[in-house]
Design a protein around this ligand. Structure first.
Ligand SMILES: [Zn+2]
Length: 564
């Protein structure tokens, strides 16, 4: 069997089997069904945190954030070490400049393979590639140059990188959950329009540009997940008034599936094809775990002033026999209370402050149901404290259901190894995804409390999707386990008959290969250290991002709930 020289990757941002599977099984998505039936597939484990910026960076480099430097949309683990980094949205926004390791298309360029790349997140500002690139998420709305080569930007008209509705200031100032992000037919129409424009430009580039490696990412699936989770998961669809919206969401996926079919047809049956997502999606968490309260009450965390007298701004709530979550329930039942003196006082009351230096351990936000724990100790003492906290966390349950809440605990240095691991926390803890981390020290009725607001929205999950199909790939009826997002780049290089750089964290997914293809040994190559360029192409193709651009993108990310 001759090793194919070409390969295609179709990225469906935030796609999950929880949505695709039932539509594949009932015939609604025939093209994805065919690819899956004729290929190997499974749930694709995202990176930590399972957020677009970090996940696509891990995909494109085959390395974890500790080797490519992008942990989040903002500087997550801060270099000031006194607590969490900038999960609260401060700090510089990432861009393609933030990526410190060469991407798959750099490696392919060095192997004289032509690449065609469309809408891959974190590729703005565009930089030289051995072929053509149209940048993706985080491209400022009016960026004059969003392609490589630059002149292509003038030819691409009537094209949308992301929806503008989230950045038009005035409406935005209103609550995110207000008008702007409300699940409406118009919102789905706008996603559909963006999809059609993307497909038209992509298919025309596939036709006009030479390529060995072609990749396109569709982001509508992520937005659907965030704003219309209940309508795409089907949960809302038994409600008569939701029927129309459910049909519109389903029609969006039917059209997306048709486009996948057109891309597949365009590429040709013998071209290995990978369909993947950077992370999955699921209902937004409905409960919170007040982890710093838990660490305080177990003696690892100290609150400011905890030498005999603890400054406890929530003391008055206690004297009233209330708790913050109880006040939340009252407000939820009596919306008028939201503006009451009681609630204003509770909201304004500064929480007990964490004594970062004086604590043995404290928790920091990473993403949704994932948090980090920093330990103020080194060597054996650190390992001992970590072992004690791990034992206690394993016993952390939801008092109402007895459900054990902790699903995974990693040692920071085990999950994150590499030149950009300086500030990673000592422990990384993954809760059940229906439980979000809460870091405020305050008076709550339990370590686990309900969120008041019911929402139709979704949020990211670790489990995305993966399908591989092609001459070297064995068809499988059942899903494969243990597929990681960092495995895609090594596997793609191997499928294209190219060596895999030895410094990649990912592995070649040999379990997807036919017995014949498995005869082909995996070649290991030199570490991937060089970005691709050619002498006349120069570096990044942009003027530095203006403050307005940066503000606009920050508002987009806020609207998605990625940063606060
Ligand atoms: Zn994403």
């Amino acid at each position: 069997m001759e090793t194919p020289r070409r390969l295609m990757i179709i990225g469906l941002d935030g796609a999950t089997w929880d949505v695709l599977d039932r539509w594949i099984v009932d015939g609604t998505l025939p093209n994805l069904a065919r690819l899956r039936a004729e290929g190997s597939w499974g749930a694709l484990r995202s990176t930590i945190p399972p957020i677009t910026a970090a996940a696509w960076s891990t995909f494109m480099t085959g390395k974890r954030p500790s080797k490519h430097g992008v942990y989040h949309f903002i500087n997550l683990f801060g270099s000031n070490g006194d607590g969490d980094g900038d999960a609260n949205g401060e700090g510089e926004l990432v861009s393609a400049r933030s990526l410190k390791a060469p991407a798959l298309w750099d490696i392919l360029g060095h192997q004289d393979r032509k690449v065609l790349l469309v809408n891959i997140p974190l590729t703005y500002p565009p930089r030289p590639v051995n072929g053509v690139m149209v940048t993706g998420l985080l491209t400022p709305r009016n960026a004059p140059v969003f392609t490589y080569p630059a002149e292509l930007s003038k030819e691409i008209t009537d094209y949308k990188i992301d929806l503008d509705r989230f950045v038009d200031k005035t409406p935005f100032v209103d609550a995110i959950d207000g008008e702007i992000a409300a699940p409406t037919l118009t919102l789905v129409d706008e996603f559909r329009d963006m999809l059609e424009k993307r497909a038209r430009v992509t298919l025309s580039l596939m036709n006009s540009q030479p390529w060995d490696f072609f990749m396109v990412v569709f982001i509508g699936t992520d937005r659907m997940g965030h704003y219309l989770w209940e309508y795409q998961s089907g949960k809302a669809c038994d409600r008569p008034e939701a029927q129309q919206l459910c049909r519109a969401v389903r029609d969006y996926y039917i059209r997306l599936d048709e486009i996948v079919g057109e891309l597949f047809h365009q590429a040709g049956d013998d071209v290995p094809t990978i369909v993947m997502s950077d992370h999955g999606m699921g209902p937004k968490h409905t409960k919170r775990v007040h982890i710093n309260n838990w660490l305080r009450d177990h003696g690892w965390l100290k609150a400011i002033g905890q030498n005999g007298h603890v400054a406890n701004p929530d003391g008055w709530i206690k004297r009233l026999g209330l708790s913050r979550d109880k006040i939340g329930r009252i407000v939820h039942k009596l919306p008028g209370m939201a503006t009451s003196r009681l609630v204003k006082k509770a909201a304004a009351a500064a929480a007990q402050q964490v004594d970062f230096a004086g604590s043995k351990a404290f928790a920091i936000a990473i993403f949704n149901h994932i948090f980090g724990i920093r330990i103020n100790a080194t060597g054996n003492e650190r390992d001992q404290v970590r072992a004690e906290i791990t034992r206690a966390l394993r016993e952390l349950t939801d008092p109402r259901t007895g459900l054990k809440l902790v699903e995974h605990i990693y040692r920071g240095e085990d999950y994150y190894a590499g030149p950009f691991a300086q500030n990673v926390p000592d422990m990384i803890v993954m809760l059940h995804p229906d439980y979000g981390g809460s870091y405020r020290l305050g008076r709550y009725s339990s370590y686990v409390t309900e969120l008041q607001a019911h929402t139709h929205r979704g949020n990211h999950r670790m489990e995305g999707v993966f399908i591989a199909r092609g001459p070297q790939v064995a068809p499988r009826a059942t899903p494969l386990p243990d597929l990681d997002i960092e495995d895609i780049a090594p596997t793609a290089l191997h499928l294209m008959g190219l060596p895999v750089p030895e410094d990649m964290d990912g592995r070649v997914l040999s379990e997807i290969l036919t017995p014949e293809a498995r005869q082909q040994p995996v070649q290991t190559g030199a570490p991937a250290v060089e970005f691709w360029t050619n002498k006349d192409a120069g570096g990044f193709q942009d003027e530095v991002m203006s403050a307005e651009d940066e503000q606009e993108i920050r508002e987009r990310l806020e609207a998605l709930g990625y940063i606060e």
